[in-house]
Design a protein around this ligand. Sequence first.
Ligand code: FAD
Length: 309
Amino acid sequence: MALLREPLLAAARSPKLRTVAEKSRLTRPVVDRFVAGATEPDALRVTDELIGNGLYVTLDFLGEATTSLEQAGSTVRAYESVLVELAKAGSAERAEVSVKLSAIGQSLPGNGEKIALDGARRICEAAAAAGTTVTVDMEDHTTTDSTLGIVRELRADFPWVGAVLQAYLKRTEADCREFATAGSRIRLCKGAYAEPESVAFQGEAVEDSYRRCLGVLLAGEGYPMVASHDPAMIAAARSLAVRNSRTSDSFEFQMLFGIRPDEQRAIAAAGHRMRVYVPYGDEWYGYFMRRLAERPANLTFFLRSLTSK
Ligand code: FAD
């Protein structure tokens, strides 16, 4: 099954396959296992349900690798709108947003970084007005320096902006040291892209790195966000939290919508903060294909939906 990871991640980057899949109505029911729905009301309904179950939420308006200024602007407006609605619904205390900088223009030629920074600032202003936070997602390794640079700039005005660090990158332990400072919100994940050995650990070495990074973050002064479905990583975080006398409001666990929902509720019931990453919108293809690559067993489920009436 591991052999399928590379082709699935390559397919995740194919615009042609993306168009075919996104246009097929048959795929939607399967995609809905991992995605809250196509619209903002879908996202708000799922947010409400999760909060009702004692969970926290981070909403992701789906999209990545935006190719036009117009599309980048409309993604920023979608975030501004959902943040207003979260505040109106009284959910902002438990629900924030996650943003991919490539969805708001980072890879546009010329001044893409500036466009993404300006868009991210607008989203942060909307989050501040709503009384919640923003976490900046991390994409492939060619964007890490640019993304962390933008996070540093945003933090000058909005110190609560969260960043994601990926344990599979060899640089990440050092990045954890830089970012484990007071007030710093860091989501640690294994990493979801196909990365070369020159920059990334492979296989079990990723888990060793995750444990080392957890050690740095939980011993540090910041607010670690432990994003993993892996029971071994969760157990490691729990024991490091005890060793470092962490209170339950000084770190949190995070999982993706639709993955191990029973465990999400069990971790919350045990007195921990558990935040669910909830994607919504039409541009589900890249996100969904990365979930298939993590667990090719999901592929059978997906293919069956394409062939059934
Ligand atoms: P794995 O070893 O992949 O999984 C452990 C167990 O979890 C599996 O045995 C299985 O039981 C279950 N599981 C895992 N994935 C699936 C799946 N797709 N379907 C069904 N069961 C599954 N990556 C980035 O590169 N950048 C980001 O910004 C980013 N943000 C994230 C935010 C959150 C909140 C989370 C939870 C993950 C994020 N990721 C991100 C993805 C992450 O990098 C991993 O690819 C993903 O979480 C799988 O790794 P794992 O630690 O869960 O362990």
